[in-house]
Design a protein. Structure first.
Length: 137
């Protein structure tokens, strides 16, 4: 299957939210190589992430925690409050219990550490899209 054919069959629409453009570009590349995931937009902060969810209605948002203007926790809370059908997968370097509790309280559908291999992130995106939890200890 050619890249054009696989992208036309994408069935999981994603918005990436991370304040580091290189991180977003890398995530975009390996997510879109799957053929069933398409990145519809990228946000450099939490406020922009909420705006993109409103504009694009993605299936999943892959969200960093530590971002300018609006944190990932607050952006998750806003997204889940106004767009509850959108799944939020947190991609973070933090594995402290207080962060995890705050994320779950905000409504995050899952979280994965930035130290995980790309395949685990792809699996986590697919899991939360299907309504399953994606929590990495």
């Amino acid at each position: 299957m050619s890249p054009e054919e696989s992208s036309s069959h994408a069935n999981i629409n994603v918005v990436l939210a991370d304040d580091h453009i290189l991180v977003r570009q890398g995530i975009r590349q390996f997510l879109e190589e799957t053929g069933d995931i398409e990145v519809k937009g990228e946000a450099g902060d939490g406020a922009e992430a909420v705006q993109l969810v409103q504009q694009l209605s993605p299936d999943v948002v892959v969200m960093d925690i530590n971002m300018p203007k609006v944190t990932g926790v607050e952006a998750t809370r806003r997204i889940k409050q106004h767009f509850p059908e959108t799944k939020v997968l947190i991609l973070t370097a933090y594995d402290d219990a207080p962060y995890i509790r705050a994320l779950l309280h905000a409504g995050a559908d899952g979280y994965i550490l930035k130290t995980a291999p790309a395949e685990e992130l792809v699996k986590a995106v697919r899991s939360v899209h299907q309504g399953l939890a994606a929590l990495k200890p």
